[in-house]
Ligand binder design. Structure first.
Ligand code: PHB
Length: 394
């Protein structure tokens, strides 16, 4: 098989890239190790920056998002038993975020690609990358996990295969510089059938640990608790989860968290990670394959989409006029935005969680920071412009 751009991974980065390339008249093939049902059913965070929403609308995949997404103009920071609203909409000249889960974005993009005749090969095994430093790099994989070995001849390969995929390790270790921070806790997430307890997201700093109130639909709520590094879901009965959420979210003015039936539990392990460069020869890596952020800033999907927007422009210039300057600057262009989102995610994480070495002094530093960002218009504006997202071309 031959294609112009071979894409590894049908997550938001790979699918959005394939979609953008199609609109530019560039052909691509996506391979994905999971099945369609798996990618459309995996629960991930769901906060979209305005730039991502605009891009989806402009490229014809924003219709369901506009119908079913929830538009949030503010967030609440909760500490010392009191909530403080940050009016992001007012502070950023009218911007907001849209709560629309990642797997919904995936469903919309898969549908658009298949409708336009795009090729997505699901359920592949043994993916490997070859001849990256030539003009005809190749992807090999097994059909249906253990079937026949197949080869795709490409002009370019894009690794959008997540943190654990084979693309990043295909960049020789000698040219890869990696930066990493692992946080000493997990995030236990639940989905519950319950009405909304709050119209906006609540980020709570509490001495028992961080808690977050988010939502999926008016009937389904997404809530998180900071848990120990070696915690397991087995340690968390439904009763324990609710009582911990109540304790961490309690306010002096009687906030009531509405309980419901928990139908899904998972734990994620927050990590800040950056790979520099994000390209090697004819391979470009994007999204979680290149960098991960802790979920506190809600930046993961947004960064992935920003990467592939930069890449689609570079590939467009290459195919239209043979120019390679945008492609050559891919790493530099993306990492400027990535490092800022890393900074913001690390800042939010540091301000809101209990660390094993959080001393009374550091606890006061967190509270002083929270008091400052919720009282100073300048500080609240800074937090808001990062949360709603800096301009795409930042
Ligand atoms: C989510 O809805 O899953 C979510 C929202 C905000 C975050 C992280 C996750 O910061």
């Amino acid at each position: 098989m031959r294609t112009q751009v071979g894409i590894i991974g049908a997550g938001p980065a790979g699918l959005m890239l394939s979609h953008l390339l199609h609109l530019q008249g560039i052909e691509s093939v996506i391979i994905e190790k999971r099945t369609r049902e798996e990618i459309e059913g995996t629960i991930k965070a769901g906060v979209l920056e305005q730039g991502v929403v605009d891009l989806m609308k402009e490229t014809g995949v924003g219709e369901r998002l506009m119908r079913e997404g929830q538009f949030h103009k503010g967030i609440e920071l909760r500490f010392n038993g009191k909530g403080h609203r940050i009016d992001m909409h007012e502070l950023t000249g009218g911007k907001y975020v849209t709560v629309y889960a990642q797997h919904e974005v995936i469903k919309d993009l898969v549908e658009a690609r298949l409708k336009a005749g795009g090729e997505i090969i699901f359920n592949v095994g043994d993916v490997s990358l070859h001849d990256l430093d030539t003009n005809s790099p190749k992807i090999r994989y097994r059909k249906d996990k253990n079937g026949d070995l197949q080869e795709i001849d490409c002009d370019f390969i894009v690794g959008a295969d997540g943190f654990h995929g084979p693309s990043r390790p295909s960049i020789p270790a000698s040219v890869r510089k990696e930066y990493q921070k692992i946080y000493p806790f997990g995030w236990l997430g639940i989905l519950a059938e319950a009405p909304q307890s709050s119209a906006e997201l609540i980020y709570a700093n509490h001495e028992r640990g961080f808690a977050l109130v988010s939502t999926r639909t008016p009937e389904i709520q997404r809530l998180y608790l900071q848990v120990d590094l070696n915690d397991t879901i087995a340690n968390w009965s439904d009763d324990r989860i609710w009582s911990e959420l109540h304790a961490r979210l309690e306010t002096h003015d009687g906030f009531k968290l509405i309980e419901g039936t928990i139908f899904e539990k998972d734990i994620v392990w927050p990590r800040s990670y950056i790979c520099d460069p994000m390209q090697y020869g004819r391979l470009f890596i994007a999204g979680d394959a290149a960098h991960t952020v802790p979920p506190t800033g809600a930046k993961g999907l947004n960064l992935a989409v920003a990467d592939v927007q930069v890449l689609s422009r570079g590939l467009d210039a290459f195919y239209k006029s043979g120019k390679t300057d945008l492609l050559e600057r891919y790493t530099e262009t993306c990492l400027r935005r990535v490092w800022n989102s890393e900074r913001f995610s690390w800042y939010m994480t540091s301000m809101l969680h209990r660390f094993h070495d959080t001393t009374p002094f550091e606890q006061q530093m967190q509270l002083a920071e929270l008091n400052y960002v919720t009282s100073s218009r300048a500080a609240a504006t800074s937090l808001s412009e990062n949360y709603v997202g800096l301009p795409m071309e930042w």
